[in-house]
Ligand binder design. Structure first.
Ligand SMILES: NC(=O)c1ccc[n+]([C@@H]2O[C@H](COP(=O)([O-])OP(=O)(O)OC[C@H]3O[C@@H](n4cnc5c(N)ncnc54)[C@H](O)[C@@H]3O)[C@@H](O)[C@H]2O)c1
Length: 391
């Protein structure tokens, strides 16, 4: 009998943010419910209480569980026999820390969108709360949950390319290629262009965090030192739209990092190349279902999602036969599925496999990376990246 059958029900999810107007809200809802691991059961969808309740009803939730604010939801749900199991947070960035801390303290697991907090110290606090409360905490780094980025990670761990020597990662996008801040403002643009609300460096909050996480996730290496160029490519802009960095990983491997949102003509162009002593791996988001493995002295191989020779745990991350497109929603669903499996296994007292979904410790490392980029720019030199105090 499978884990969910033994558990006897889907997990109940409370959503925070991601109202009907937000595309990432639809991504989270669709991903959480895709395989039946979760059912969206309760939620808060706006900072305005009346709008929030109306949005919950419009999304098909029980009106009694369409709440006016987060404190109300956590209190009411904690008191129910059929309480939610987890809280998914996809609000503007400046609210993540307070909502995540409150959800953990109320006894719920958390799935939080990035950046998890404003800074490293808040993220370390969430690491401690997650551990102290015995909760689970996932971060929505979807790119690390595609079958082929997972397979790349496995290949590196198995030594297929030998010891890693160099990692190149980039996330290039045109989201800030025009002066959106000078045009008509909506609530999204207002918080995005306010550095107090969007984070220490907007391009890192928006996309750079994904690239940094992906590089470490696949290579298995943490960044030890870096020298960064942090800036703004459109004159007069107040938020950061470009970060590039030279990287030294623990153990000595080197790398390059680029995150840019002012690249006119670009879409969500993510590319990761990992070079080892025997060969290299090359993954591009535009061809997310494929992975190139090139070993010295052998013809290069293109490995595809659904290839029958792949390990069962990698095959299980895909849902449609090879050649039919899958995407970011399915990758998000893999994160929700893994957190649910870990929660159900823990509740059932069954052994818990080591599942690779992004966790709060990864979020804290990202915040340390961002702070190091800013410190490097300010000091004009290489800087060490802070390590997690709790290991
Ligand atoms: N993981 C990813 O790939 C990815 C992609 C896009 C956005 N995001 C993240 O999602 C978050 C939201 O981004 P967005 O572009 O959807 O923003 P948005 O402004 O378009 O949407 C925010 C949503 O949250 C609601 N909201 C605002 N304040 C709230 C509050 N206090 N309580 C409850 N609901 C509230 C709004 O009504 C809206 O529905 C950001 O943290 C962003 O970084 C992640």
């Amino acid at each position: 009998m499978g884990l969910r059958e033994k558990f006897g029900r889907s997990l109940r999810l409370g959503m925070v943010g991601g109202g009907p107007d937000s595309w990432i809200g639809q991504m989270h809802r669709g991903a959480a419910e895709m395989d039946g691991w979760f059912r969206a059961t309760a939620g808060v969808f706006s900072s305005d209480a009346a709008r929030s309740r109306a949005a919950g009803v419009a999304l098909g939730l029980d009106p009694a569980r369409s709440y006016g604010d987060v404190a109300e939801m956590l209190k009411a749900e904690a008191a129910r026999a059929d309480r939610i199991d987890a809280v998914a947070i996809m609000t503007p960035n400046d609210t993540h820390y307070a909502y995540a801390a409150a959800a953990l303290d109320a006894g719920f697991d958390v799935i939080c969108d990035k950046p998890v907090t404003h800074d490293f110290s808040q993220a370390c606090d969430l690491v401690a709360r997650t551990r102290n409360q015995g909760r689970l905490f996932a971060i929505a780094h979807g790119y690390s949950a595609y079958p082929m980025t997972r397979h790349a990670r496995q290949l590196v761990r198995e030594g297929a390319i030998g010891k890693v020597r160099m990692v190149q990662v980039e996330y290039i996008q045109s989201g800030l290629a025009t002066r959106l801040e000078d045009g008509p403002q909506n609530s999204r643009l207002r918080w995005l262009f306010d550095p107090e609300r969007s984070g220490l460096a907007l391009v890192m909050s928006a996309i750079g965090c994904h690239a940094q996480h992906l590089a470490s996730f696949v290579s298995g290496l943490q960044v030890a030192r870096l020298a960064a160029d942090v800036g703004t490519l459109l004159q007069g802009r107040k938020v950061v739209d470009h970060v590039s960095a030279l990287i030294e990983f623990a153990g000595g491997a080197r790398g390059t990092f680029t995150a840019n949102q002012a690249a006119a003509g670009s879409e969500n162009d993510i590319r990761l190349r990992v070079y080892g002593e025997r060969g290299m791996l090359d993954w591009s988001h535009h061809d997310a279902s494929y992975l190139k493995l090139a070993l010295m002295g052998e013809p290069a191989r293109i490995i595809g999602r659904g290839d029958t020779h792949l390990p069962p745990d990698i095959i299980a991350l895909g849902r449609t036969p090879r050649g039919h497109p899958e995407g970011l929603r399915e990758a998000f669903a893999n994160i929700y599925a893994e957190l649910a499996q870990e929660r159900m296994a823990r509740e059932l007292g069954e052994p818990v496999a080591e599942l690779p979904y992004p966790r709060i410790e990864d979020g804290a490392r990202t915040m340390a990376f961002i702070e190091a980029c800013l410190a490097s720019q300010a000091q004009g030199t290489w800087v060490d990246v802070a390590k997690l105090p709790l290991g």
